[in-house]
Design a protein around this ligand. Structure first.
Ligand SMILES: *Cc1c(COP(=O)(O)O)cnc(C)c1O
Length: 382
């Protein structure tokens, strides 16, 4: 077999066409400098979309995670609970602020935080008289967590929740949108996400005062004075007006993008789900996932082939795929960190060992998908 055709990416930006009009408007009105009318409009539109009171447009999802943890006051001496199966940005800024992570396993039903493992972690913390300063829930690959199981465990102890909905914009839990749970939530508009501003993020909350404070912190924490005066230290984290314009055009298309990604998933599912040892990431009945990435596991004891050999076979045909996120409790940087499993099983480790993410962009052609499907079924049906 030889390399063939254009490269097929995992998840590449998908422009709708009208982005350029918003950008042109920013140029025509000379609102190229930071902030401006697109930023304010994008914030209003995102808050309305998520169904929350207030939103703050930022330069990245990571910046949003940092501000959420700063608003809660996480710092040295604090511990916090976080899904182990996630991308490092869910927690890197919180660890950098001095707080210590304790990792919680996934449940097989949603691949997201296991309520029983979270309960076990809280019971042990309660017994020691320790109160975690926050819980970070991650809606992985677009799939919302089981919020009605997880949030009451945190609320009964008055522990604030941060929802990392970076991958889950447009997904719903019992009809309510991802990005509207917890004290703070955030989206990412990185180039590979379901909608993009090329790079950006949005912090969301019903607590308007906190979002106003985050706005103050994200613009260098300038006191109200005629001169530059600072009583505390802030950041330069705002999204530019040009990029917010791209975001507004992208947001207008989000329902279509979700439908397209779900259609990509359905084609893979129809073609491959009948192969023994192949299991797709589930979509529990209480949720609707945007299927940001179509993800599956391959049981090598059944298929006789590993996820990494499939990844290589795809790469050979110029197709980008990825292993599932490597869990945080297996990361060298967090060696020795505490971890609570889902009962006797280490679910997130197994998902990592067997998992594979397939090209899932809303701009994939049928021919692109055929090439992915042929490659996989050729290897798996041998
Ligand atoms: C992309 C992503 C982030 C970070 O977003 P950036 O905008 O890239 O900083 C955080 N958490 C998860 C789970 C992500 O996938």
């Amino acid at each position: 077999m030889s390399k063939e055709g254009d490269r097929i990416y995992l998840s590449s930006p998908h422009m709708g066409g009208s982005e350029i009009m918003y950008v042109k408007e920013a140029f025509d009105t000379n609102w190229v400098a930071p902030l401006g009318p697109h930023v304010e409009a994008f914030e209003r539109e995102c808050a309305a979309y998520a169904g929350v009171r207030s939103a703050l447009a930022l330069s990245s999802g990571t910046a949003a995670a940092l501000l959420a943890s700063r608003l809660i006051g996480l710092g040295p001496g604090d511990v916090f609970f976080c899904s182990s199966l996630t991308f490092i940005a869910s927690l890197a800024p919180i660890v950098q602020a001095g707080a210590e992570p304790i990792f919680i396993d996934s449940e097989p039903e949603s691949w997201n935080m296991s309520p029983s493992a979270l309960r076990a972690a809280f019971e042990e913390a309660d017994a020691k008289g320790v109160r975690p300063a926050a819980v970070v829930l991650v809606d992985l690959y677009g799939q919302p967590c089981d919020m009605d199981e997880l949030i009451p465990i945190c609320e009964s102890r008055e522990v604030p929740v941060i929802e990392d909905a970076a991958e889950a914009m447009g997904s719903t839990y019992k009809g309510k949108l991802a990005g509207s749970f917890g004290r703070f939530a955030f989206y990412s508009f990185n180039g590979n996400k379901i909608i993009t501003t090329s790079g950006g993020g949005m912090l969301l909350s019903d607590d308007e005062e906190s979002i106003d404070r985050a706005r103050f912190l994200s613009t260098q924490a300038r006191d109200k004075a005629p001169w530059y005066q600072h009583s505390e230290l802030g950041y330069n984290f705002r999204l530019s007006n040009v990029l917010a314009g791209i975001g507004r055009a992208q947001l207008a298309l989000i329902e279509r993008r979700i439908e397209e990604r779900r259609a990509v998933y359905r084609r893979y599912y129809e073609a491959l789900s009948g192969i023994p040892g192949v299991n797709f990431m589930p979509e529990p009945h209480w949720s609707m996932t945007n299927r940001w990435l179509t993800t599956l596991t391959i049981d090598p004891s059944v298929t006789g082939i590993t996820n990494l050999s499939l990844l290589d076979a795809l790469a050979w045909r110029n197709i980008e795929s990825r292993p599932v996120w490597k869990p945080m409790h297996l990361q060298p940087v967090f060696e020795g960190a505490k971890y609570y499993r889902h009962g006797d099983e280490d679910v997130s480790a197994r998902l990592f060992e067997n998992g594979l993410c397939l090209p899932s962009g809303s701009n994939l052609t049928r021919a692109d998908q055929d090439r992915v499907i042929e490659t996989l079924s050729g290897m798996l049906r041998r």
